[in-house]
Design a binder for this molecule. Structure first.
Ligand code: HEM
Length: 412
């Protein structure tokens, strides 16, 4: 057996601005040096799809490790630090199992599909507000969509969307672990936390059950003793943070891919089933999320001993580009035959709770975007977000021909 510290490993430099423009080539180069492991500034990276699956078999010996990072920032006793400490993603063992068990019925594919009409209405409203000018920053535009959908499915007014969106954008800075951002993180967290508490209080006053929406479900679970009051508010905030940059980055990356593939874009306008394929293929080709795992115990993977307290980084976003597990991994082909299961939503007990909502909203959003934003073309440079955390575009100016809503698209 080999010790991980004795291995000669390639280094992935996530801080290099070039890395975020094309993270997949450095991963290929790293796998040429070592088949499944690399080093990075904060620990080790599992670079191969199969090895990620094998490492995740030890998930009972790891946690996401954010609490330690927040402690390192000196922020653990702040409201934002307490939010991270008690977030569902940070929990392990029986406590986490209880949260998943009580929440699971509210996040089934059926529940997600129940909200498709809201997803259509929200995208249609946003297109009507933003697209008549014939040009926009698609990433900025797309960032309003998941917030609008989440607000609607918990019964909040669309008026709050801009301020919640702005706070979510700031909360995304938390991943940098830079203490300089702390005052803004606190302010943004307090804003969203206050908003969900007020929303829950208003709903209780109005009466639970009449709206039959996600907020009703979560309040029912709480009143039946499944969640404490603090757990309720924490999960409500987490649904906004977990669904925000992930969903908007995937939608923006789809536009970025299809702007050069007009036949595919055209098919998306006509065929919702094809949108499903495009979303699935984008999640393989350009998954956006990655997570750290802190080991609470020693583990052995492929005869390599990895000691307790090691940080192992799981790049879910790059797993779909491993040519060892996907044929023609670097070819974007929504009609490809499915081979290995993709893992853009992670693996194991923390696998994304909102994955069905995410897929449904991106599919419905894409279908309407392709109908109303016609002949999109680049209208300036786009930037890239950091790979660690939630990767994606930073700004994406486009110009296009605007197609007003047809009555049927609005009404359905
Ligand atoms: C394309 C969009 C999305 C992607 C790529 C994505 C990705 C992920 C990943 C990789 C994880 C696992 C993290 C880990 O293991 O450390 C996760 C967890 C989670 N996601 Fe998502 N997500 C998306 C959208 C959403 C949406 C829309 C929601 C809410 C409606 C959501 C809610 C959650 C929650 C609550 C967790 C924590 C689950 C747990 O710890 O048990 N996500 N997501």
């Amino acid at each position: 057996m080999q010790q991980i510290s004795d291995l000669e490993l390639p280094v992935l430099n996530f801080d290099d601005p070039e890395f975020r423009k094309d993270p997949f080539s450095p991963f290929n180069e790293a796998r040429a040096h070592h088949p499944w492991l690399a080093k990075c500034s904060f620990g080790y990276v599992v670079t191969a799809y199969d090895a990620m699956r094998e490492a995740m078999e030890h998930d009972d010996k790891m946690s996401v490790g954010y609490t330690r990072a927040v402690e390192g920032m000196g922020a653990i006793d702040t409201p934002w630090g307490q939010f991270i400490k008690h977030a569902i993603q940070t929990q392990v063992g029986d406590l986490h199992k209880r949260l998943r068990t009580v929440l699971a019925p509210a996040f089934t594919p059926r529940e997600a599909n129940r909200h498709r009409w809201i997803m259509r209405e929200e995208m249609s409203r946003l297109l009507g507000d933003w697209a008549p000018k014939g040009e926009l920053d698609f990433e900025y535009f797309a960032s309003h969509f998941p917030v609008s959908v989440m607000c609607r499915i918990i019964g909040a007014s669309p008026d709050v969307v801009p301020s919640i969106r702005a706070s979510l954008e700031i909360l995304g800075l938390g991943g940098s672990l830079d203490p300089a951002y702390l005052p803004r993180l606190q302010e943004s967290f307090t804003h969203i936390d206050g908003f969900v508490r007020q929303l829950a209080a208003d709903r209780r006053r109005e009466g639970i059950g009449a709206k039959d929406d996600l907020l009703d479900r979560l309040l029912e679970i709480t009143d039946e003793g499944g969640l404490s009051e603090d757990e309720l508010y924490n999960i409500l905030v987490f649904l906004f943070t977990g669904g925000y940059d992930t969903s908007k980055n995937v939608l923006s990356l789809i536009m970025h891919l299809l702007i050069d593939r007009p036949e595919m874009y055209e098919r998306c306008a006509k065929d919702l089933d094809y949108c499903h394929k495009v979303v699935h293929e984008t999640l393989r080709f350009h998954g956006v999320a990655s997570s750290p795992r802190l080991l609470h115990d020693d583990i052995v993977v492929r005869d390599v001993f990895i000691p307790k307290d090691t940080m192992l980084f799981m790049p879910w976003s790059a797993a779909g580009r491993d040519p060892g597990s996907f044929r023609d991994a670097d070819v974007f082909n929504p009609d490809r035959e499915r081979d290995s299961p993709i893992m853009p939503f992670g693996l194991g007990p923390h696998m994304c709770l909102g994955q069905y909502i995410a897929r449904a909203q991106i599919e419905e959003g894409l279908h309407l975007v392709a109908q109303r934003i016609r002949n999109p073309r680049r209208n300036g440079e786009n930037g890239w977000r950091e790979f660690v955390g939630v990767w994606g575009l930073r700004g994406f100016p486009i110009a296009f021909d605007y197609e007003p809503a047809k009555e049927t698209a609005e009404a359905n």
